[in-house]
Design a binder for this molecule. Structure first.
Ligand SMILES: [Zn+2]
Length: 311
């Protein structure tokens, strides 16, 4: 039974996940409650014990998916925005020691693509890209059945390819990255700004509310939705032009409002030099526990019977 740990910007979750990717228990805490590393890791250990107790199982391995820059093969945190003091700390060593089991760590985008490839919509696809659209855009890439790693096993950031060089400032240093234009946060910021500028502003709306408003025929909301589909679709088209994967799986809260057909229409406007119709677009299928399930898969990917990477 794998203890899964999902370290995100707003919350840290722990749970027990069985060999088929089913979540048996789950506990979580706000990220802000974890503070300095020693407190944070003690908190994670407590949550793992609690999750094991709830599910009444014995923990036999630990898989961790974490936001930000991490070093999967040393087990260390790199620069993680949300935890400035955690750089160089090693949750793999510390949790393995605490529970006397093997532990493994990946970036959460990589964890999610491993989860979707093993137990989700991307099952059986040997060229698979997972994209999650949340407060940022992250993802992971599987090429020819293997998790793609860059130089020094680094994690590529699909959210930071530039869509519009004159677009809004991004946190990475460029302007107009996919992440700066196509997240729900970016969509809401554009809509609320426009609404304020034209004097039609009521209360500040979320992306979900803007999608709902568009259905009532509100012109500005319709424009915001069209804009969102266009920017989201452009990024998907770029991934298709660059990789021609079998499938792109899209997850994250905004995908509950976005229609894949609308993204497909944007893809069809370009991409004429690649057989883009061969790339299937799919909604992520692992639901609200996707990150936890992906974190558990990290352990299987590293240490399981069919582990594809033994180094
Ligand atoms: Zn960026």
């Amino acid at each position: 039974m794998i203890g899964a740990v999902d370290i995100g910007g707003t919350k840290i979750a722990a749970g027990m996940v069985d060999k088929d990717g089913k979540v048996l228990s789950r506990v979580e805490t706000p990220t802000t409650a974890c503070g300095v590393y020693s407190d944070g890791i003690a908190h994670v250990a407590r949550m793992l014990r609690e999750a094991a107790h709830i599910a009444n199982v014995e923990l036999t391995g630990i898989g961790i998916g974490s936001t930000g820059w991490v070093f999967p093969f040393t087990g260390e945190f790199g620069d993680v925005d949300f935890f400035p003091g955690w750089k160089g700390c090693n949750p793999v060593k510390d949790l393995a020691h605490e529970f006397s089991v093997q532990a493994a760590l990946e970036n959460d985008g990589d964890a999610s693509v491993l989860g979707e490839a093993a137990w989700g919509a991307g099952k059986g696809k040997s060229r698979l890209i997972y994209v999650t659209v949340g407060t940022g855009i992250g993802g992971g890439i599987i090429l020819d059945g293997h998790l793609y790693r860059g130089a020094n096993r680094s994690h590529p950031e699909v959210g930071h390819h530039v869509i519009d060089a004159s677009g809004p400032q991004c946190t990475c240093g460029f302007r107009g990255c996919w992440e700066a234009l196509a997240t729900g946060t970016a969509m809401a910021a554009w809509f609320n700004n426009e609404a304020a500028a034209t004097g039609s502003s009521g209360k500040t709306l979320t992306a979900k509310e803007i999608f709902q408003l568009a259905k009532t025929g509100n012109a500005l909301a319709e424009k915001a939705v069209a804009r969102e589909n266009y920017y989201l679709g452009l990024g998907v088209a770029n991934l298709i032009n660059l990789f021609m994967p079998d499938m792109i799986v899209l997850g994250g809260s905004i995908m509950q409002s976005v229609q894949l057909d609308d993204l497909g229409k944007v893809v069809a406007q370009g991409c004429r030099f690649v057989p883009y119709k061969l790339t299937q677009l799919a909604q992520a299928s692992l639901g609200a526990d996707a990150n936890l399930i992906g974190a558990a898969r990290v352990w299987h990917h590293r240490y399981g019977k069919k582990a594809s990477e033994t180094f």
